[in-house]
Design a protein around this ligand. Structure first.
Ligand code: F3S
Length: 64
């Protein structure tokens, strides 16, 4: 599974980081960036989907 954050859509709501800090870093401007090139480690798939579902800007894409 891959998690990608669209930088043009991200507005820094930070819900993704609150839900899945293992998968998302926040930069100095408050915008989110995927960790580890977006590769979701085994066991964190549910968190990845929750983070994507809770982004109000629809900035997070999940691919299997
Ligand atoms: Fe950005 Fe959405 Fe996260 S706006 S900080 S990707 S909740």
């Amino acid at each position: 599974m891959l998690l990608r954050i669209n930088q043009e859509k991200c507005q820094g709501h930070n819900r993704c980081h609150a839900i899945a800090p293992e998968l998302v870093n926040i930069d100095d401007y408050g915008n989110a960036h995927e960790r580890e090139d977006g590769v979701v480690p085994p066991g964190l798939e549910v968190k990845a989907r929750l983070a994507a579902a809770n982004c109000p800007e629809f900035a997070i894409d999940i691919t299997e």
